[in-house]
Design a protein around this ligand. Structure first.
Ligand code: AMP
Ligand code: ZN
Length: 128
């Protein structure tokens, strides 16, 4: 078996751009990394702060998550306020941030590796 950056707990889709970012095959500007989660800046930001939070494991979208993913999804959501503040989002309630998780084509999803967008910073934004 070849040496891989991924354990069986982190199945990797060789055609997935975000799996390639997790594997370091495509560069990213990292915001956070731990064993299960990676956060990095979006290459086409809609807002002064715009980063993506992803599980390292290739889960195509929220349509595929189940009870076994509750802790992972909980960790992603609870990480976001701290990362948003660190990246320069202003404090709640006058500041804040937007979290978006597009699911499927009709849900506006283009990259089919689960990701949560986090957008914030002073208005106006380029989109959204
Ligand atoms: P979605 O439409 O929710 O699937 O969003 C995919 C997001 O991934 C878009 O906002 C893209 O700008 C972003 N994106 C695509 N490729 C990269 C990349 N190599 N590095 C960072 N962000 C990316
Ligand atoms: Zn992937």
């Amino acid at each position: 078996m070849s040496t891989q950056a991924h354990t069986p707990n982190h199945p990797h889709d060789p055609n997935c751009i975000f799996c390639k970012i997790v594997a370091g095959q495509i560069p990213s500007r990292k915001v956070h990394e731990d064993e299960d989660i990676l956060a990095f800046h979006d290459i086409q930001p809609w807002a002064p702060v715009h980063f993506l939070v992803i599980p390292k494991r290739h889960i195509p979208s929220m349509a595929q998550i189940g009870p076994d993913d509750a802790a992972l999804m909980g960790r992603i959501m609870t990480l976001i306020p701290r990362l948003a503040e660190e990246q320069g989002c202003n404090p709640y309630p006058d500041g804040g941030f937007r979290t978006v998780c597009n699911t499927g084509t009709e849900g506006g999803q283009e990259v089919h590796h689960l990701h949560v967008h986090v957008m914030g910073g002073p208005r106006p934004w380029s989109r959204g």
